[in-house]
Write a protein that binds this ligand. Structure first.
Ligand code: ADP
Ligand code: MG
Ligand code: MG
Length: 883
């Protein structure tokens, strides 16, 4: 039922140090006593008792009661004081502690065991009246608040009034009589609020606190947190009861918190704060300005209050020794809580310390060099997603911020620039060398050039997977989406944010890391590709099995991808090339053509443009595989929308505007995502794909001749559902390739394959594999088609769905392994049965998501493909999956 710790108690039962049994705090207290650190004696009631207590209708069993009584007896013996003794009382803290630290769990109660009698004993035995009454008032406040449920502000107000009446500004000015008076007010507050007096019976106090800890496992807040974080209700929380040590016993006592290394930079130096003559959470609560730990830190900060190193050299040396022991034992940076009672150091908590991405890298790599951990452990310790912080410029944390509103942190990084409300203006201003932020209600494929030109993107609507968010992440542009307080009046060139006007041309700053939108320019700091980053990536590359490619369609993105270590292009979306300003008119003429010769005329003029695109990409990728997806989106997406655009097109094409509008109307589809798109375009307008394929091979042969290195094109057909579709299009590709090869007198090796993005394609993978040399799982569409959820409209309900635990995470961000994953598994199996060496990859957004990457490793895929900025994340995640 309970496990003792401290005072030389070393339990050889492994359950005592098992976080699942004694909770994080309890297990580490046991662990610290086992390695000989000074831990005040105490005991832990197991998490199993919590589950049982709740199941049995909030009842304590007799065996539990007697175990607790025995364990309390052990503390009494170790300390040489008795619980409730009027002359020399043992005081304890009661602390909650689940397996993982969890908001909603009960706060710690200190100084339990005080009452009107024992407080006198404490005063006499310590020779310090003030200390005794200070401890008592703290106890009533904590117990009143967290156990009895009395509003804590009532206590805080009473303290404020007491200080005001005396003309005091700091707690330290309160005398022993002042605290004594306050204790009376506190007791009155409890009597008033509950209609009964504060409990004087110390045993009742103890069981009341234990019951409150157990009960806190079942609060609404704790339940919600568990559901959102996948924590089982069966875990329960442990209770730690521990002898008090006092940091508030005058100027030789203190309390503090510390990290064994700097959690912000990872530097190998102690980092922490402490306060003389203080107790518990005083340091964190900011009651007084905390003091520095080391002389150096104090001097660097120019602070006058002495550091611990200076004020308590003996305890400080002891703390140093503890730091070293802890790091050697846990082999990781620790976050600790300690108290000094009359010069003696006591350890109250240790846990693995939270740290920034930068610090995580430095600590992991340093620890490998120090021989504390292996390279594999270092790799496993870095959260791949945290690398994002290091790949984009970030705002100077020291700079002031004038926050206008906060939206969703859709794409990380920070950017400042002038507000513009449309893509064309963004592009024009960028060409003139100005930094701009594109501010839109939402974005569409037509805004791509403006998004590319902008330093950052802000939208009023859309979620984390909206067009703006996905494209911005792909481009590495910071983006804040769904800033619902924003409304835009394009005509007058003004946006309103919470009633404040924002004019076109005004400067704003976006923080893609937290979704903040700020007026004015906030200075940024450039990402530091520090040495540790490179070392860790090198180690990861040596461990991973899957290759990592990038989704990229411009030479700039290809270069970025290679800098980040991409081993090829996994998805080159050709339609992005069609949206280019100079070409869109040709594309529109091609689409609006009513007969084949006219269409071919437009295509002939597009050919050299496409060829030069591929030429640049192949040159950049120097012989690495490049998967090119032939045209995918429904044609109507390219069509003009405004009258002015139709007018412009009429001039360029020679057709009347009315004729063009009618034709555009004909192309309109009720449900374009399931409409005339993907390979269906290639089947009905083969000349479009033929032009693209010709452009690919003309470029490839040219690059092969120029550079002596043959490109490796992998031509990919989108939205295939049947073998026959692929067969028809593969014939078209092969014959076009042959024609080009004989014209150019040069052959290039290439593959033809397909995306698996329809459930039917996954089911028919065995058939389709007869025609396909590779499958690339297009998990964006596959998710959309399998779930029957439109990713462009899903933000309205997906948020609540995730909150309610219907999907554990946004299925467009992290693959729905349970559902969509089955289709992937099936397609892999059936594809391989037909063609054992079929090449398998993934190119959806999920290719950059660590959990999805782990699934790809399980399925034995050959590569994952992610946007350039996610390539380092994918490299690390793939290594973790392989370890
Ligand atoms: P949390 O989980 O919020 O950190 P803790 O249980 O660690 O809560 O308690 C908060 C603080 O209370 C500790 O950092 C420590 O300063 C103080 N504390 C807890 N137990 C004791 C004790 N037995 N003696 C002295 N101080 C204690
Ligand atoms: Mg703590
Ligand atoms: Mg698709």
């Amino acid at each position: 039922y309970v496990y003792g710790f401290g005072a030389g108690v070393v339990s050889d039962d492994p359950r005592a140090r098992d976080k699942g049994i004694t909770g994080g705090k309890g297990a580490n207290l046991a662990e610290m006593s086992a390695i000989g650190l000074p831990v005040p004696p105490g005991f832990t009631i197991t998490t199993e008792m919590c589950v049982r207590y709740l199941a049995e209708g909030a009842n304590f069993s007799d065996p539990l009661r007697s175990s607790v009584a025995n364990a309390l007896g052990d503390i009494e013996k170790a300390v040489g004081k008795r619980f409730g003794d009027p002359a020399d009382p043992l005081l304890v803290s009661v602390r909650s502690g689940a397996r993982v630290s969890m908001p909603g769990m009960m706060d710690t109660v200190l100084n339990l065991g005080l009452n009107d009698i024992t407080v006198q004993g404490l005063a006499t035995i310590s020779g310090d009246e003030r200390f005794a009454w200070d401890s008592y008032r703290r106890f009533i406040q904590m117990y009143g608040d967290v156990v009895l449920g009395v509003d804590h502000s009532l206590f805080e107000e009473a303290l404020e009034i007491a200080k005001e009446n005396k003309g005091f500004s700091a707690d330290l000015e309160m005398s022993s009589q002042d605290w004594r008076d306050l204790v009376q007010s506190y007791k009155d507050i409890v009597q008033e609020a509950l209609g009964k007096p504060f409990p004087m019976d110390v045993t009742e106090q103890l069981w009341g606190a234990i019951a409150a800890v157990f009960g806190s496992w079942d609060t609404e807040r704790a339940r919600i947190y568990r559901r959102l974080n996948g924590i089982s209700a069966q875990w329960g929380t442990a209770v730690n009861v521990q002898a008090m040590v006092f940091g508030n016993m005058g100027d030789t006592s203190a309390t503090g918190v510390a990290f064994t290394r700097d959690p912000a930079t990872g530097e190998r130096q102690f980092y922490g704060e402490w306060l003389i003559n203080a107790q518990g959470e005083d340091v964190v609560a900011g009651i007084r300005t905390p003091q520095y730990l080391t002389r150096k830190a104090r001097e660097d900060a120019g602070a006058t209050l002495p550091s611990m190193q200076e004020a308590m050299p003996h305890a400080y040396d002891e703390l140093n020794r503890v730091f070293v022991l802890l790091e050697n034992h846990y082999r990781d940076m620790q976050d600790i809580e300690f108290t000094v009672q009359q010069g003696k150091l006591w350890m109250l908590q240790t846990r693995t310390g939270k740290r920034t991405a930068k610090a995580a890298l430095k600590i992991a790599v340093d620890m490998v060099e120090e021989g504390l951990i292996t390279q594999g452990e270092a790799i496993m310790r870095i959260d791949p997603m945290a690398l994002d912080q290091l790949l984009h410029p970030t705002l100077d944390p020291a700079a002031p911020r004038d926050v206008l509103t906060t939206g969703l942190p859709a794409s990380p990084g920070a950017a400042s620039g002038k507000v513009v409300f449309d893509a064309d203006t963004a592009e024009q201003m960028a060409q003139r060398g100005q930094d701009v932020i594109l501010v839109r209600v939402e974005t569409s494929p037509e805004d791509i050039h403006g998004m590319h030109a902008a330093k950052g993107i802000l939208t009023a609507r859309g979620g984390m997977t909206s067009h703006a968010a996905v494209v911005a992440r792909g481009m590495g542009r910071p983006c804040v989406s769904g800033a619902s307080a924003l409304s835009i009046d394009r005509k007058s060139g003004v946006a309103l944010i919470n009633g404040e006007a924002l004019h076109e041309g005004e400067i704003i700053t976006l923080d893609g890391a937290n979704g903040q939108v700020m007026r004015g320019e906030v200075p940024t700091i450039e990402p530091e590709m520090a040495g540790e980053f490179a070392s860790l990536m090198e180690w990861a590359d040596a461990k991973r099995r899957m290759a990592v490619r990038a989704n990229a369609e411009t030479p700039q993105d290809c270069r970025k991808a290679r800098q980040f270590g991409a081993q090829g292009i996994g998805l080159c979306r050709t339609e992005h090339m069609f949206f280019d300003d100079a070409r869109i008119s040709l594309v529109r003429q091609m689409i609006l053509a009513e007969d084949e010769p006219t269409r071919r005329g437009a295509l002939d003029r597009l050919l050299p443009e496409q060829r030069s695109d591929f030429h640049a990409i192949f040159s950049e990728m120097a012989g690495l595989p490049v998967t090119i997806r032939l045209l995918d989106p429904p044609l109507h997406e390219f069509l003009p929308a405004s009258d002015a655009e139709f007018e412009e097109l009429a001039q360029a094409s020679g057709y009347g505007a009315d004729h063009l509008k009618r034709r555009a109307g004909e192309l309109h589809e009720a449900n374009p995502m399931l409409g005339h798109r993907g390979c269906r375009l290639g089947i009905t307008y083969p000349e479009i794909y033929e032009m693209q394929v010709r452009a690919i091979f003309e470029a490839a042969t040219r690059v092969a001749e120029e550079s002596g290195t043959a490109p490796l094109p992998e031509i990919m057909i989108p939205l295939v559902g049947t073998r026959r579709e692929l067969q028809i299009l593969k014939d078209l590709i092969d014959s076009t390739a042959e024609t080009v090869f004989s014209e150019k007198k040069c052959r290039i090796a290439y593959l033809v394959g397909t995306m698996i993005e329809l459930p039917r394609a996954a089911l028919m993978a065995g058939q389709i594999a007869h025609e396909a040399a590779f499958f690339s799982f297009g998990t964006n569409d596959l998710t959309q088609t399998t779930l029957g959820v439109s990713r462009d409209d899903a933000s309205r309900f997906l948020g609540p769905y995730v909150d309610k635990g219907i999907y554990p995470r946004d299925p467009f961000v992290s693959l729905d392994i349970e559902g969509v994953g089955q289709l992937v598994e099936l397609a892999v199996e059936r594809g391989r049965a037909t063609r054992a060496d079929i090449k398998l990859g993934i190119c959806g957004e999920h290719g950059g998501d660590p959990a999805s990457i782990a699934f790809c490793e399980e399925q034995g895929l050959d590569y994952v493909s992610a946007s350039p900025y996610r390539v380092p994340i994918a490299r690390l995640a793939a290594a973790q999956a392989a370890i």
